[in-house]
Every structure is written in structure tokens, then in C-alpha cells.
Design a protein around this ligand. Sequence first.
Ligand SMILES: [Zn+2]
Length: 390
Amino acid sequence: MTSTDASLTQEESDTADDSNTPYAAKERADGKGSLKPVIDVIPAAAYDNPTWKGLAYFGRDLVVYALVVTGLLLFNNPFATIALWVLSGMVISGLFIVAHDAAHGALFSSKRMNRVVGTIAMLPSWHVYEGWVLGHNRIHHSYTVREGFDFVWHPYTVEQFNAMSRFGRMRHRFEWSWIGAGAYYLREVWWHKMIVGDPPARWASAIRRDRIIVWSFVGVASTLLAWAGWVQYGTVLGAAWMILKVLVVPFLAFSYVIASFVHVHHVQPDIRWWKRREWTKFKGQMEGTTVLRARFGLNFFFHWIMVHVPHHVDMRIPMYNLELATDAIKEAFPGTVHDKPLRFRDFVSNTRACQLYDFDEGHWLTYREAAKITAAAGPVAETPAESVSA
Ligand SMILES: [Zn+2]
């Protein structure tokens, strides 16, 4: 896994030589490598983003978030608390998806407004606005499903897995399971990239400023909640419980939601991850993601984030126009778009089928299949493998 720094350095050196590989050049000659023909079929109306509409979604989600926080402050019934935690994960995701659109410059025409609304909407999820712009817009979107570049749910190979320590392999099994997805996101993406990652000099001061904003929010909110807990319970434990209940658990609930969302966006048996030189924009953005239709009114919170192919074709399309753009893309490129209903059980079965990856053959493997490959390859030296950490 490359660090943010390394990815960018690689990016700069790669843009020049990439066009020279015969594979990429052939794809382009066939007209398959570029996204331009896809962008051309998206109707102009899909780019409409009136200010009132962005503000309305932001305002509505803020109100729902405030109601959930109030509920968590007032109710102590365990069933109510659990239900409110589930709701908090959903509404913090809603706010985050609003912020995600702002970070892409899709929510408002004004850059300043995008930054202000995006920064605020990312606070309950403890996300750093400029850090997100760097990791998500510049790296994930530029190199979706490309080996060594895209870093979210980037697959590990059988060799990498075998080289892990026993603890590393156990952690991989947990983090890549449907139940452990949130832990993966928290450690590998949020902590390593967003919070402690060392960004390139160009963005360092903006990211430092936004990290201060996020930690100030967490600090002030914790202080107020500790005070509210003290008033309500009169004990230090009560004060700590209030912080946990209203601030920390909702953040963890959100982490699980975003982890599973990004997983279903880019990991499933039919999605191929590409070796560096075989990747093209078309493969990354048209074939490297999915359209999953949320049912039961879930778009109230999910804001069409699951309609993900057009978002990867052109990040400037606001969330509420993604279905319109999908219709146009599907008509012009029949059979290309992976379009299915969103179902939790598909996420579960994806995690069971997609555990390790073979970049040479271009397909996902289960741990069991990987073990067979390892056994067939014959005995390997044991000690060096044990000493390498994950
Ligand atoms: Zn995006």
C-alpha cells in the first residue's frame, strides 16, 4: 500500500510513460480507453446545481442530526439508544454525502460555499475536508481500481497475505469480513490517511488547518457532553458515558456505513482491479464501479451515492441528478453498467468471495483458494514470512 505521498510521486512520473504502453495505446485507438464519449452523452440538465437545492439537503440533514443528538441526550432506554445509534450512523452518512458533493465542487457553484458547507457537514464524521479532497478526489477518483494507486479497499495478493505475520493475517480476515469492515476503514483510511498521514507540501497547511477544525469540534463537543453528563448523572462515569453515547458511537456507526458503502462501490466478483499498465480511465470509471438502487426510501439518507457509475464518469454531477445521468449512459453504452438493487446480503456475499486478489489473472480469490495455490506452489521458507508484519 503506497502512502499518499508515494502515490502522488508515482502519479507524476506515471502520467508521461503511461501513454506509451502498447496496451493503453491500443485501447485508446479502439476508442475504449477514454471517458470522453461517455461524458458527451450526459445531458446538460444533469449538471444543474441551484444553490437552494444544495442548502435544502444540507439544512434538512442538519435538522435530522440535531433531532437524533437531542434524542440521545434525553433518552436512557437501551432500545431507544440503540435505535438512535443506527439513525445517527445514517444521518451522519447523509451529511457526509452532502460534504462529498461539496468537496467535488458539485453541490454549489461557489468554491467558498462548497468549502464552508463541506467542512461543517464533515464534522460529525470527524473527517478533514482538505484531507478528503486529496485522498478521494485526487487519488481515488483519478485511479479507481488501479493497482498501487487507489487505496481504499485495495486488494492484497496471495504473496502479500502469506508474508503477513499471524496477527496480520488474522486482522486481514477480520477487516475484510462484513462484520469487520468498519475497523478496516477506521485504521487504514481514516487514521492513516486522514488523521496522521503526511501530506505533500502543496496541501500540508490546508490539511493541518482542517485537522485543527475537526479536533476543535471533537474537543468542544466532548466538553459540553461531559458537562451534560455530569448534570444528568452526577458522576465522572456518567460524563464519560455521555461523550461515548452522543459523539463516539455515532462516529463509529458512520465508519461502518462508509466502509460498507465503498466496499460495494468497488469490490465484487465482477469488478476487476487492473495492473498499473493495463488500466484505462474507461475501465476504472465505467467498469470499476456499480449502480446499486437503494430501496425503501433509503435515499433520504443515502442521497443516490449508490448510483456510482455516473459519479465516477464525471464528479461534477450533483447527487440528485445521478439517476438522470445513468439513464443517458445506459442508453449509449448498453450492457456496460452494473445496475442492481442494493442489498445487504450482496455485501456479505461479496466479502466471502473477494478476499485476496490475483492481478495477473485479474480475479478475486477466497482464502481457501489462496491456500490451495500456496500448497500447490510447494513448501516455502517459513521464518522470513513470519517476521514480516502486515
Ligand atoms: Zn467521489
